[in-house]
Design a binder for this molecule. Structure first.
Ligand code: DAH
Length: 343
């Protein structure tokens, strides 16, 4: 029995000194001491050889030894996990994923896309121009005389005087940009943001959006203008909508007309959107002034054209019944999320 006691002491020292830095070494320890053919099992097996009167004290010794061996195994295992820079398994693939809220399109973007799609079917391409313009493209080329009130500082945001740079006041400036580069046949629409020096209220804003249209070719007549816009309105608002043209004046068209559509809010009965007239103005239009064509070297005896410009906010207002212009630029999600992201 002396031997066994000595043997146990030796094993205990070995266990105390045992070092294991890798999973394989820890496993080797387990097999050596705690495995089915391991040392703990072997010394336990010695119990049967112990005389009865010593069994109790030996039992205690052996139990203590087994506990030491097992505790060391737990220590080695724990040290190994702690050593690893990346924990072995922290990714739980069963957890639900992060939900990112999907935004919706801005109503102006939806309407712009609708307008582009409709005119696309009539062969109109999209053209764009700069929002910071010079006097020539915004005013001069469009036949606005030097003393025209629109050129006044009170109406237009100037960035520089002499040479004059300004924030374009209408998308008609893009007509000039197009005619500069392209010769007839021309068929473009020009969506974009425009700026005017206005006090902000529910009905006016210092910036808003327009879509310009320009069509120049042989034999383009006022009938083409009417038919094109009639097609647009029916596609945009439905077949029951009526249109009417009222004579008007714009320096860049002759003759000029404003176009109204029957009020979609009250169906023509009269409400505050149509100011109780049953009609809502949606655009200005006309036959391109010969002087505008000549400004770009387009022969006005050979070519004619029509042009129009409409406000996108107005189209939005009729489509979505939004009656405060400020809502379009306040970025209030409670407003914005009401519009479908589908289109
Ligand atoms: N540029 C005009 C405006 O901002 C709108 C307009 C009227 C555009 C007639 C045109 C047009 O192209 O022919 O009020």
């Amino acid at each position: 029995m002396e031997n066994l006691v000595q043997q146990l002491e030796q094993y205990k020292n070995e266990i105390a000194a045992y070092e294991a830095n890798t999973a394989a070494a820890v496993e080797a320890y387990r097999i050596k001491y705690l495995g089915t053919k391991g040392i703990v099992k072997a010394v336990m097996g010695e119990m049967k050889n112990v005389p009865n009167d010593q069994k109790k004290s030996f039992g205690l010794l052996l139990n203590e030894f087994r506990q030491i061996a097992e505790a060391k195994y737990e220590t080695l295992k724990a040290a190994l996990t702690g050593n690893q820079t990346e924990p072995a398994e922290t990714f739980d693939s069963t957890l639900p994923g992060d939900v990112y809220p999907l935004g919706s399109r801005h109503p102006i973007s939806i309407v712009r896309k609708n307008i582009i799609d409709i005119f696309h079917r009539l062969g109109f391409a999209v053209a764009e121009g700069p929002e910071i313009e010079d006097d020539w493209h915004n005013f001069g080329a469009m036949n606005l005389p030097a003393d025209h009130p629109a050129r006044d500082m009170q109406d237009t945001f100037y960035i520089n005087k002499n040479p004059d740079w300004l924030l374009r006041t209408h998308t008609s400036s893009v007509q000039a940009r197009v005619m500069e580069k392209q010769k007839p046949p021309i068929r473009v629409i020009c969506p974009g943001r425009v700026y005017r020096n206005e006090t902000i209220s529910a009905r006016a804003h210092c910036f808003f959006h327009q879509v310009e249209g320009l069509c120049i070719d042989d034999n383009v007549s006022f009938a083409d203008l009417k038919q094109t816009l009639y097609f647009f309105v029916q596609e945009m608002f439905g077949k029951t909508v009526k249109i009417r043209f009222r004579p008007s004046y714009f320096p860049f068209t002759e003759p000029s007309a404003e176009m109204d559509i029957s009020c979609l809010i009250c169906g023509g009965d009269g409400c505050n959107v149509c100011k109780h007239t049953g009609w809502v103005e949606i655009l200005g239009s006309g036959m391109v002034h010969p002087r505008v064509l000549e400004n770009f070297g387009i022969d006005s005896n050979k070519y004619t054209g029509f042009a129009f410009g409409m406000g996108m906010e107005r189209i939005c207002q009729l489509k979505y019944r939004v009656n405060d212009l400020r809502l379009y630029s306040q970025n209030d999600v409670r407003f914005l999320k009401q519009f479908t992201s589908a289109r």
